[in-house]
Design a protein around this ligand. Structure first.
Ligand code: FPP
Length: 246
């Protein structure tokens, strides 16, 4: 079993995933793109379960980017409906598994009913103590950094922050992921080698894992494989190998 190869003392705290390939998966199966997104929900369920089993504390899924608003209107509408229905339908399951739901992104741009249902779902899982499942919705890394900059400029103007107090840790506290450790591992499916405006600040020292598997085929065993690969790497953070080993 793949899971037996995992070192339990070296599980990443935070795994981020760019779920890609739903459209191509649908095309391969002679169906429309929405069908691919629908199958993608099975992959989400399996990966959430697997992350919880391993004791991963944070799992961030890139579900809808700022740029995804430019997709055809019917695909955007179907994706919104699918996302919110999946979250509502999985609520009992999330609560059983102690999963705490969070979101990052410009939620104000989502349809009002989606915002409302999301807020309800977040509230209903707010006391859970297991995996934090962070759904990135209408999210982009540049948006995140720009929003942080705007908040900081405002605080400087009103005197809450003085210029020389603006350190890296102050900046980090204004990102949408404030309080959440940076992902140690970033996975992208579907054989694309891009970051696509995901967590740009937060992935400064993340390990990247690219797999040709299309998202609807991705399962928790594939997550375990990615983590085994991660565990074989030496993370040096700019230091030398000798410094890390001593
Ligand atoms: C990328 O594939 C996938 C998306 C833009 C949407 C991801 C959404 C889901 C998997 C739905 C369920 C999510 C949750 C959190 C319940 P693509 O359409 O870009 O595929 P392509 O590159 O093959 O066209």
């Amino acid at each position: 079993m793949v899971i037996d190869e995992l070192k339990q003392n070296c599980i990443p705290q935070h795994v981020a995933v760019i779920m890609d390939g739903n459209g191509r998966w649908a095309e391969l199966h002679g169906n429309d793109r929405i069908f691919g997104h629908r199958q993608g929900v099975d992959a989400v369920r399996s990966v959430v379960e697997g992350a919880g089993e391993l004791g991963v504390k944070y799992l961030t899924l890139y579900a809808f980017s700022t740029e995804n608003w430019d997709r055809p209107k019917d695909e955007v509408e179907a994706l919104m409906a699918l996302l919110i229905n999946a979250i509502v339908q999985e609520l009992d399951n999330l609560n059983d598994k102690q999963v705490k739901l969070l979101t990052i992104g410009d939620l104000s741009s989502l349809p009002a009913d989606v915002q409302l249902k999301l807020a309800e779902a977040i509230l209903r899982t707010s006391n859970n103590t297991g995996l934090h499942l962070i759904i990135a919705l209408s999210y982009s890394g540049r948006w995140d950094i720009l929003e942080a900059a705007k908040q900081i400029i405002h605080k400087v103007k009103i005197g809450d922050i003085v210029d020389d107090q603006l350190t890296e840790s102050v900046f980090v506290n204004h990102l949408s992921t404030s309080g959440i450790p940076d992902p140690e591992l970033l996975i992208r499916t579907s054989g694309e080698y891009r970051i696509s405006n995901f967590l740009l600040w937060q992935i400064a020292y993340s390990e990247f894992y690219f797999t040709p598997i299309l998202w609807p085929d991705f399962r928790k065993e594939n997550l375990f494989e990615a983590i085994i690969d991660f565990q074989r790497r030496e993370r040096r953070f700019g230091k030398t190998s000798e410094q890390i080993r001593s």
